[in-house]
Ligand binder design. Structure first.
Ligand SMILES: [Zn+2]
Length: 312
């Protein structure tokens, strides 16, 4: 087993719930004299160094958490900035799913043109040789940071797909509707979508591919504005114009109505790049370049970016 490529490995670790959130100075890929090696396949007793800071890292491979390399303190490497174990596990699951389809995929792949943290979580190459960067977001990311990375990928001609994590709590709020093709649809009436999720929604023309770290599957989300009742108020519409409502109804700034369709296995992700043009809307800026339409819902989707109707 030890020498099989990771796609054929059945040594997926059991992740203890409390361990999944733990952060450390960890990486999945290290360098040896022979080149890149993933922690799950690394040979004990070999000298492993971080590809970024070139300091020696320690192989950690046990039964409880995903195999990884840890920096030795003091840690000053920006590739070791408190990444969660759940994030590392997701990178591995997504990469494995591509390799199981016969595609080349690499975890923590260096992309020197990126601003800070110059690596893609997963890089995959499709049958046509297009490079596709997969960015998994376990924790929130600022709009500035996601936009800097997105414009950088777009400028380098690399297609990109952004996959936020679903929180476990979402299922408490969700109403289930069974769909005829064996998928389920869930509806969340008041979802506090974070700005980076709204950004992804706009980048993908009304779709957010979510990763569920508990069941290791994907759900495709789409958002609509949430209409609420209230006293008269002023607000800004999607063109930034101040509006006044003497009446009773307005779009919620905080809530979106979220529809989730799934589950989809990671190996079902379509990685056909499609081209889009640059666009700005309110505080949101999307680059022109290649995006991925990971799944095509039956309903026709909007052709312009949307952060879910309502204020941006
Ligand atoms: Zn390092």
């Amino acid at each position: 087993m030890e020498n099989l490529p990771f796609s054929q490995s059945d040594r997926r670790p059991i992740i203890r719930h409390d361990a999944r959130l733990k952060r450390g100075s960890n990486i999945l890929i290290a360098h040896t004299d022979a080149g890149r090696v993933e922690a799950a396949e690394a040979i004990r007793g070999t000298r492993h160094v971080c590809p970024n800071c070139l300091s020696e890292v320690i192989l950690k491979r046990g039964r409880i958490v995903i195999a990884h390399f840890a920096h030795k303190p003091p840690v000053e490497c920006d590739w070791a900035r408190g990444e969660t174990l759940a994030h590392m596990e997701a990178k591995r699951i997504i990469a494995e799913s591509f390799v199981s389809r016969g595609l080349r995929a690499e975890i923590e792949w260096p992309v020197p043109t990126l601003p800070s943290h110059r690596r893609a979580d997963v890089m995959v190459w499709n049958d046509r040789g297009d490079s596709v960067a997969v960015e998994l977001q376990h924790t929130a990311i600022d709009l500035d940071e996601i936009e800097a990375r997105a414009f950088s990928y777009a400028g380098a001609g690399i297609a990109q797909i952004w996959i936020p994590f679903l929180s476990d709590q979402i299922w408490d709020e969700a109403d289930a509707v069974k769909k005829p093709d064996g998928r389920s649809e869930y509806f969340v009436r008041r979802y506090p979508a974070r700005p980076f999720e709204r950004w992804i929604h706009g980048f993908n023309f009304g779709l957010v591919p979510y990763f569920d770290p508990t069941s290791k599957v994907l759900w495709f989300g789409s958002m609509e504005g949430h209409w609420i009742s209230g006293d008269g108020s002023t607000w800004y519409d999607q063109w930034g114009q101040e509006q006044y409502s003497a009446g009773y109804n307005r779009w919620s700034k905080r809530w979106r109505e979220l529809t989730l369709v799934g589950p989809y296995q990671p190996k079902e992700i379509r990685i056909l790049p499609k081209r889009r043009t640059a666009k700005s809307l309110g505080h949101y800026h999307w680059p022109g370049g290649w995006y991925i339409e990971p799944y095509v819902p039956r309903e026709r989707r909007p052709e312009t970016p949307t952060v879910g109707s309502g204020p941006t």
